[in-house]
Design a binder for this molecule. Structure first.
Ligand code: DOR
Ligand code: ZN
Length: 345
């Protein structure tokens, strides 16, 4: 197959950032995605309905002319989030809340320290038909960084899913066989997003032959057996797994540093790279479900009706993207060939 047309996809997890950066990130995503779930880890974080509404306006203002792209807004849970905050968010059209364990990743310092005390908030999310989006890694420093996702499942995920049985939970950007198996075995109402980098790469791609900071993200890339498990699960066509790029831009100097930031800015190539992965797996027939159907179904939103077409045509990801501020960003897969290209949206 040299060409594939699918229902227009959505990105169920990304980082747009704010201010001038929106002029780069919003058009990059709007070129092929109809909707995107926008992460709230700004500085300061988007913790309330009011902040989410204002952020939505800034995103809408950055859309290319004529674009119908729609951001799906989230709020950031802290130790102080109240049931009223959830009700207010619902009333403002916010669909989900993001839970970062404090210190787990970029801009997560205001995240949750005591998960136990958040159960009333989790109940409120369920009562208001909102989703809980989880960064599933423990933050205990004595736990090996490669084991933090599995530990989170054992310490917290099992409990959350059991104790609030009607809560929809998205296990974000899963990276391990443990997470894939957990989601497969979990009750309905539990799903996961998977990034292009975790399908395409393993930790050798970050560490073998030199440190490659542009492949560093969190949760960190794992060994190849985990990568293979993620590939197997998307190949299976399970409706519990859907597209979430976790596209997360950082300025070049923040990545290429003695303490580099986590995040891969994949918006310009993500859809094409997912297509490449499904092609490699001999599973192009499963791409549409993953990219365009299962996420909308899980969120309880209508499926898109437009289509996009991808063609088998090699192109090279630029080595650098210049922001209007004059700061360069190195995109994910910079300087590398991609086998599929977006033809029309
Ligand atoms: O790699 C990551 N980057 N993982 C996250 O969880 C956050 C994100 C970011 O905001 O840069
Ligand atoms: Zn993210």
């Amino acid at each position: 197959m040299n060409e594939i047309t699918i229902i227009k996809p959505d990105d169920w997890h990304l980082h747009f950032r704010d201010q001038e950066m929106l002029l780069e990130t919003v058009p990059a995503t709007a070129r092929c995605f109809e909707r995107a779930v926008v992460m709230p880890n700004l500085m300061p974080p988007v913790t309330t309905a009011e902040l989410a509404v204002a952020y939505r306006e800034r995103i809408l203002a950055a859309r290319p002319a004529g674009s119908s792209f729609t951001p799906v807004m989230t709020i950031y849970l802290t130790d102080k989030t109240s049931v009223q905050d959830i009700k207010d968010a619902k009333a403002a059209g916010v669909l989900a809340a993001k839970m970062y364990p404090a210190g787990a990743t970029t801009n997560s310092d205001s995240g949750v320290n005591s998960l136990e005390s958040l159960y009333p908030v989790f109940e409120a999310l369920a009562d208001n038909d909102m989703l809980l989006l989880i960064h599933g890694e423990v933050t205990q420093k004595h736990i090996d960084i490669f084991d933090r996702e599995k530990e989170f499942i054992d310490q917290h995920m099992v409990k959350i899913v059991e104790r609030v049985p009607n809560l929809k939970v998205v296990f974000e950007h899963i990276t391990t066989k443990d997470a894939a198996d957990f989601v497969l075995a979990a009750r309905e109402g539990v799903a996961a997003t998977i990034t292009p980098q975790h399908l395409m790469l393993n930790r050798n791609d970050m560490l073998d032959g030199g440190i490659r900071p542009h492949n560093y993200c969190l949760p960190v890339l794992k060994r190849s057996t985990h990568q293979e498990a993620l590939r197997a699960v998307v190949k299976s066509g399970s409706h519990k797994f859907f597209l979430g790029t976790d596209s997360a831009p950082h300025a070049k100097h923040r990545k290429e540093s003695d303490c580099g930031c986590a995040g891969c800015y994949s918006a310009w190539s993500a859809l094409e790279l997912y297509t490449q992965v499904f092609d490699e797996l001999g599973a192009l027939d499963k791409l549409e479900g993953f990219a365009s159907l299962y996420g909308a179904d899980f969120y309880g939103l209508p499926r898109n009706t437009d289509t996009v077409t991808l063609v088998r045509e090699a192109w090279e990801v630029p080595t650098s993207i210049m922001l209007s501020t004059g700061e360069p960003i190195v995109p994910f897969f910079a300087g590398k060939q991609v086998a599929w290209k977006l033809k029309s949206a």
